[in-house]
Design a protein around this ligand. Structure first.
Ligand SMILES: Cc1cc2nc3c(=O)[nH]c(=O)nc-3n(C[C@H](O)[C@H](O)[C@H](O)COP(=O)(O)O)c2cc1C
Length: 172
């Protein structure tokens, strides 16, 4: 089976990587997964369906290992991505309890950059079952992609991923 779906995520080693791999597993071999720190625009341009995953200020910042996140570093490359004829989907990891006003903001910021380039987005996700106050990822009353809280709602992750991938399948 030709792999049409590319999953690009960052940071590595934490919740975002876990969710990237869960999504790939639900897609049953149809997707290839890469850390965005190892990606180039031409790698991304190879895929027809592109899933981008990010945290909102992740463990790298917390550990002081890097002053800028993997996505911050990749951001100048985004404009080299061909958006015509492609479908984009997003997932974001965050913490709805400690950061209720900024829950999964990073996913929204990333998605809006792609939208500004004319990207067609699939996989918008209802806010039912989440508890938060505000988010940059809210567009027309829905999350622009899958929101995951591994800090406080880890037990919901597997079901959320499964249901989101089912939704995605209907749009791709
Ligand atoms: C310093 C710091 C700031 C954070 N800020 C936010 C935030 O503004 N919004 C949010 O939803 N989550 C925030 N989080 C939570 C992370 O996004 C969450 O723990 C995520 O799962 C980390 O992903 P990772 O394990 O892949 O790094 C923050 C975490 C840290 C350590």
């Amino acid at each position: 089976m030709k792999k049409r779906i590319g999953i690009f995520y960052g940071p590595t080693g934490g919740a975002t990587e876990k969710v990237a791999k869960l999504i790939a597993s639900e897609l049953q071999g149809a997707a290839e997964v890469y850390p965005v720190k190892d990606a180039t625009p031409s790698m991304i341009n190879n895929y027809e369906i592109i899933i981008f995953g990010c945290s909102t200020i992740g463990s790298e910042t917390w550990n002081g290992e890097a002053s800028r996140s993997d996505w911050d570093i990749f951001r100048p490359e985004l404009r080299k991505i061909q958006v015509q004829g492609k479908l984009f989907a997003f997932f974001g990891t965050g913490n709805s309890v400690s950061y209720p006003r900024n829950f999964v903001d990073g996913m929204g910021i990333l998605a809006k950059e792609l939208m500004a380039q004319g990207a067609k987005i699939v996989g918008q996700w209802p806010t039912d079952g989440y508890s938060f106050t505000d988010s940059e990822a809210l567009i027309d009353g829905k999350f622009v992609g899958l929101a995951i809280d591994e800090d406080f709602e880890a037990e919901k992750t597997a079901t959320r991923v499964k249901q989101w991938v089912e939704l995605l399948r209907k749009s791709i």
